[in-house]
Design a protein around this ligand. Structure first.
Ligand code: SAM
Length: 211
């Protein structure tokens, strides 16, 4: 189910300013292979948040072939340089990301890990200015205990798929992924550790400020 009217969705994507041909090629690949990249409007939102907080150290959990990474790398470059950690457990995706991100000129900024994302974050020195979470939804709740100590106060946590194609509204859907989205939502909204909102762009992007 599309949670956003398709016309509104297209309108928001079309508002995203011109971007490099390589990034648009990555969007075409996502569409033609049905790979769930965050897409232009959510990518631009990630870029906006990273620019607003002056992020220089970014950690991504669940990176795919580097589309969301490219938006964070752009922000980090414009913020004066730093690093973006690309983490995915599939070597083929990691190699494809290297190719795209090299063409975009971000090789010096990106650190690649082919591994499980939460354990990789646990083993990587913080603090990070921004952490982006796009792993299996059933694993969202447990990831927060690892993310919190690695995220600086005043930093941002962004989590994708927080409306989960509307499945969160279906009380009969108690699958592990849907329950994972519900549990992480409660944790973030009720714990007092963050100020957060879910922005209903594409599949719902949670943007949280670490108190
Ligand atoms: C939704 S896709 C990533 C899309 C990417 N963030 C983008 O917008 O361009 C998530 C990817 O992370 C991988 N993944 C899921 N859970 C993971 C985990 N715990 N550790 C490492 N990779 C994971 C999936 O196999 C998939 O390739």
């Amino acid at each position: 189910m599309d949670i956003l009217n398709p016309g509104v969705s297209r309108y928001l994507d079309d508002l995203v300013p011109a971007r490099p041909a390589e990034l648009q090629e990555m969007e075409r690949i996502g569409e033609s292979t049905n790979f769930p990249i965050i897409g232009p409007a959510s990518g631009h939102l990630c870029y906006l948040v990273a620019r607003m907080i002056g992020a220089k150290r970014v950690f991504e959990l669940g990176s795919g072939y580097g589309y969301s990474t490219a938006w964070f790398a752009r922000a980090v470059r414009e913020n004066g340089g730093g690093e973006v950690h690309h983490v995915v457990w599939d070597a083929d995706l990691s190699n494809r990301a290297r190719t795209h991100l090299e063409r975009l000129g971000y090789t010096d900024l990106v650190r690649y890990h082919v591994a499980e994302a939460v354990e990789t974050l646990r083993g990587t020195d913080g603090p990070f200015d921004l952490i982006f979470n796009d792993i299996l939804k059933r694993d969202y709740p447990a990831s927060i205990d690892v993310i919190l100590p690695k995220l600086r106060r005043g930093g941002a946590l962004i989590i994708d798929n927080m409306l989960w194609s509307g499945r969160i509204l279906d009380a009969s859907d108690q699958t592990p992924d849907t329950e994972g989205v519900r549990a992480v939502t409660r944790r973030i909204m009720e714990s007092g550790e963050f100020i957060a909102s879910i922005v209903p762009v594409r599949d719902g992007v949670l943007v949280a400020y670490r108190l």
